[in-house]
Design a protein around this ligand. Structure first.
Ligand code: 13P
Length: 255
């Protein structure tokens, strides 16, 4: 069995201006002086802070990601940002298909699939989000929903390419609610995703894919979630906005 690195990413969402970005990243650099033992740390500030974040994270243990992108390099797409632009400000990762993008901005699996393909072709690592709503969980259709989303966002992606992506399982009912999935609930869906990847590709390829959990990850629940067999990291919202809570979650990922 492959040993997967733990990956902790902070999704800042619509928070922090340029000054606050500098402040948070300075705090994080001070906090992250312990031995990370290979744990990967990614920060995903809003677009307007990426250049500042690039400067502030240079030479640090933090890598940079964006929260969205469009699937074209340039052209008449008012308000959009291209992978090429993200790379020019030092991004290595990009969150795609977050449930807030799906629910508020109407993104579909088909659109997200285009973005995933473009991100890979552009040399960015996509962090692709899937997850069921509360209503869907209560109707016992979690596995169908997650299966459809994973199949949809990975359409026409090869076994070689799939190993370059990160999947984030984010149950919508756990996002920003303070109600995290239990470690058992998370593990159950992560195992389902890995089994599906093994079916769609090969067990070896599936074994290499990082599957993060996201949804109310906090310093006091991080360790039990992060040490489930198929949980390879966390996509953190609220708790990544303060240096002490984000670094405490990172610490929980370090064995
Ligand atoms: P919270 O950690 O605030 O629940 O947000 C999770 C999330 O949506 C990360 O992408």
């Amino acid at each position: 069995m492959s040993v997967r690195t733990k990956v902790i990413a902070g999704n800042w969402k619509l928070n922090k201006d340029v000054h606050q970005t500098e402040e948070l990243l300075t705090g994080l650099k001070i906090s992250l002086t312990f031995d990370l033992k290979g744990v990967r740390v990614i920060v995903c500030p809003p677009f307007t802070s990426l250049e500042t974040a690039n400067r502030c994270t240079k030479g640090s243990v933090m890598s940079l990601g964006a929260q969205n992108m469009y699937h074209e390099d340039e052209g008449a797409f008012t308000g959009e940002i291209s992978p090429k632009m993200l790379k020019s400000v030092g991004c290595e990762y990009v969150i795609l298909g977050h449930s807030e993008r799906r629910q508020i901005f109407g993104e579909t699996d088909e659109l997200i699939n285009k973005k995933v393909k473009k991100a890979i072709a552009s040399g960015l690592v996509p962090i692709v989000c899937v997850g069921e709503t509360l209503d869907q969980r209560e109707k016992n259709v979690t596995s169908q929903i997650v299966t459809t989303q994973v199949r949809g966002v990975l359409k026409d992606i090869s076994a070689e390419q799939v190993q370059k992506i990160i999947v984030a399982y984010e149950p919508v009912w756990a996002i920003g609610t303070g109600r995290n999935a239990t470690p058992q609930q998370a593990e159950e869906v992560h195992l389902l995703i890995r089994t599906l990847l093994a079916e769609l590709y090969t067990p070896a390829a599936a074994g290499d894919v990082i599957i993060q959990y996201g949804g109310s990850v906090k310093p006091d629940n991080a360790a039990e979630l992060l040490w489930q067999p198929n949980v390879d990291g966390a996509l953190v919202g609220g708790a990544c906005l303060k240096a002490d809570s984000f670094s405490a979650i990172i610490k929980a990922a370090v064995r």
